[in-house]
Design a protein. Structure first.
Length: 95
């Protein structure tokens, strides 16, 4: 039995075979931003302090953490560095 979401996924995949892969990539990005938000909270840093140290604005940090924007890799790397972390970038086949 399929539901509305199944129908959307099926139709979108028929129109664009890369659709499921793009959804998976978007979910990976969301998870990364959640990990950064959790690291910020664990470090007891406000969004304002993280923004200042990373050279961006508090509103940009808020949008990044909420998933409202597609954050530049350089910004994510700066955020991670402020939190004592680094990104590991790996290019892998999606198939």
């Amino acid at each position: 039995m399929s539901d509305f979401l199944d129908d959307i996924i099926r139709q979108s995949t028929q129109e664009d075979p890369t659709f499921p892969l793009r959804v998976a990539a978007a979910l990976d990005q969301r998870l990364l931003m959640r990990e950064l938000a959790n690291a910020r909270v664990a470090a007891k840093l406000s969004q304002t302090k993280l923004a200042a140290a990373a050279g961006t604005s508090q509103s940009q940090i808020a949008r990044a953490e909420s998933g409202d924007v597609d954050v530049r890799l350089s910004t994510v790397a700066k955020m991670a560095a402020v939190l004592g972390k680094r990104l590991e970038w790996t290019l892998v086949d999606m198939s």
